[in-house]
Design a protein. Structure first.
Length: 306
């Protein structure tokens, strides 16, 4: 059952206390694809410029990612530059050069239109809606967004919420969208506007899955070394959606498991710069880490309480 992602394909320049990269392979659709493809084949729709290195696309193909929906347009590729604080808890965007991404109008190739699982990466909500017009009958649609769209295209975003199953955002975005500082109330505000569920990413504090009558929390993996937090959220989304596409299980129990696969892939993403760690993550490593998550949170009640 096919898994489709639409989003940015970028050349990232990132500075952290541990080093820096220049024009490294990045972008939401790329982090999503490397993470998702470990679990299930991924189809990508996006755009790159004439300067985009062929070897970056080859690296994605080598992971079994289908790039039939990636257009090469005349002009510069999307470039993003950011610097992280000393404890990696915040980052400053130093430069965003849209290049060919400014005129991106996603066209879903005919062979992708039957996708059952769709992830709408962070792009203009009007374009996210246009993707939904082009796919026939997806079983589950999840969607990301960012503060920029919450501020500049709130009405379109609210319309989009009526057509998706899961909004997947970080905690500050959920607070800004809902106008509520309490993250649980913010999640319920979101699911009151269309999506069946909200996934709230909380960085080193893990992620929440909230439905009308139940909530699940996945911790972040307790890593002692973090090199570059870029793309953790997109890798989370790739692991989450990859696991759902692999199992076709959209029950709440299935989604709880998908949260842990998402958290596992997010943890691999931050262990090295850019996509370096995700690129070489094996299926066996994912299984091992998911088992470690189970150990991390499992407990038995004492007999008196059981
Ligand atoms: P995250 O760390 O999850 O926010 O994702 C970072 C990735 O998002 C980087 O690889 C960037 O290339 C990409 N990115 C940054 N700004 C934008 C934007 N305005 N639109 C789409 N993608 C972006």
């Amino acid at each position: 059952m096919s898994l489709l992602v639409v989003g940015s394909i970028a050349l990232d320049s990132v500075i952290t206390p541990f080093g820096e990269t220049a024009d490294a392979l990045g972008g939401a659709a790329v982090f999503f694809s490397f993470a998702g493809a470990v679990l299930h084949p991924v189809q990508v729709v996006g755009v790159v410029g004439s300067d985009f290195p062929d070897e970056h696309l080859a690296a994605l193909r080598a992971r079994g990612v289908d790039l039939a929906g990636v257009e090469r347009a005349a002009g510069d590729s999307f470039r993003w530059k950011a610097r992280y604080s000393y404890d990696l808890s915040s980052r400053e965007t130093l430069d965003t050069r849209l290049g060919v991404f400014a005129d991106f109008r996603p066209t879903i190739p005919p062979q992708f239109r039957d996708a059952r699982y769709v992830f709408l990466g962070n792009i203009d909500p009007e374009l996210q809606l246009s993707v939904l017009d082009q796919v026939h009958e997806p079983k589950l649609v999840a969607c990301d967004t960012m503060n920029y769209w919450i501020q500049s295209k709130r009405d379109v975003l609210l319309e989009l919420l009526r057509h998706i199953d899961i909004l997947m955002v970080n905690d500050s975005e959920a607070r800004e969208l809902s106008g509520d500082w309490n993250i649980y109330r913010a999640a319920h505000w979101i699911i009151g506007r269309g999506p069946r569920m909200a996934v709230i990413k909380q960085g080193e504090h893990g992620a929440l899955l909230v439905a009308a009558d139940t909530t699940f929390k996945s911790p972040a993996y307790p890593l002692q070394e973090v090199f570059d937090p870029t793309g953790a959220g997109d890798a989370f989304a790739g692991g989450f959606m990859g696991q759902i596409a692999r199992t076709e299980d959209v029950s709440f129990d299935g989604l709880r498991r998908a949260m842990v696969y998402g958290s596992a892939m997010g943890s691999f993403a931050v262990e090295a710069f850019g996509v370096q760690r995700l690129e070489r993550t094996t299926r066996a490593e994912v299984t091992q880490r998911v088992r470690a998550f189970r150990e991390l949170v499992h407990f038995d009640l004492d007999e008196a309480e059981a």
